[in-house]
Design a binder for this molecule. Sequence first.
Ligand code: NAP
Length: 366
Amino acid sequence: MGKIPVGILGATGMVGQQYIALLENHPWFEVRYLAASPRSAGKTYREAAAGRWHLVKPCPDAVGALMVEDANDVSRATAAGIGGECAFVFSALEMGKDEIRALEEAYAASGIPVVSNASAHRWTPDVPMVIPEINPHHLDIIPIQRKNRGWDRGFIVVKPNCSIQSYLTPLYALTRAGYPISRIFVTTLQAVSGAGYPGVPSLDMIDNVVPYIGGEEEKTEQEPLKILGTLKNDGIENAAVPRISAHCNRVPVSDGHTACLSLEFAGSKPSVDEVKQIWAAFTALPQELDLPLAPKRPIILREEPDRPQPRKDRDTDKAMAVTLGRLRPCNIFDLRFTALSHNTVRGAAGGGILNAELLKAKEYLS
Ligand code: NAP
């Protein structure tokens, strides 16, 4: 069987480039359609990305030769011989939220499913926000979403913010094992690539920490509640707990978001050894289905006192595993630990591809 042709909206950005790199030689998907702003449209991808290709791995030749289209012109994505063969698109657009929301809906309405990294639709009740290890069942809202909007083939699925990616799966693993969590205090140390390109000016970042990332604390505190929420007939109802208090900081690291957490359990408390066993044994649907980009072990706990570190741990298992360390009792809550994940892979393009692999396994993509 041939590969499924896919498109990337926002193909020239930090996340778009990761999509291109991760999809090279993907066993199921092949990049056939690229779109970005009108500034890049009409150029080959190689010309459009000249001087701003950020990855060590070079851009694949076949993708470099593709023409970049204007992402705002949905008709190009459905036109025969241009994007007409696209089975679905990944959205890695950075523009106004209202514009992204309208544009993603226009793609879905024209019959093209959208697997998005953008935050625009994260709070739309009938749009699932999915981490495949935690809430794959939220994809069951897709038929309702289509019915609500009169879409036959198209739909929208989003992934959450990169800041929560490193620790929500480990916390879910504890909840699944019978230890629900009531309160979390988290401080994030977020890489500069999280701000896209050119991102934060270098003079603000070198020799410095910026204790503010617009909108990030709200996302960190609220998005977990939708992911842990309950599927209802007309949408997803948010969970009431855990309550989260977040401090989000931008730090001079290229890739890899770190989070330092203290957590309180709602009922009985596991011992440190039990937590280690729960994390070591944790696998979920992506591992059971053996999805191509799924990490073999989604949670890796390191015992060294000075790990995880972004440079040493962010690429663990295709940069799709989260790495934890410093697990110990907390003097105020119950437990504390440090968590790390690669923000433009697990937290962005890799997470989007894993969502698409799950969608294909559940026969939503053809
Ligand atoms: P970025 O580097 O700034 O790239 C933005 C992309 O959007 C570029 O391809 C750009 O095209 C395109 N674009 C900008 N204005 C546009 C317009 N008016 N019309 C059509 N396309 C337009 O941003 P990024 O970091 O890749 O982030 C992309 C999305 O992923 C954002 O929604 C972001 O919030 C989300 N996200 C990012 C991360 C991360 O770690 N970076 C993690 C999770 C989620 P041109 O090159 O032609 O300007």
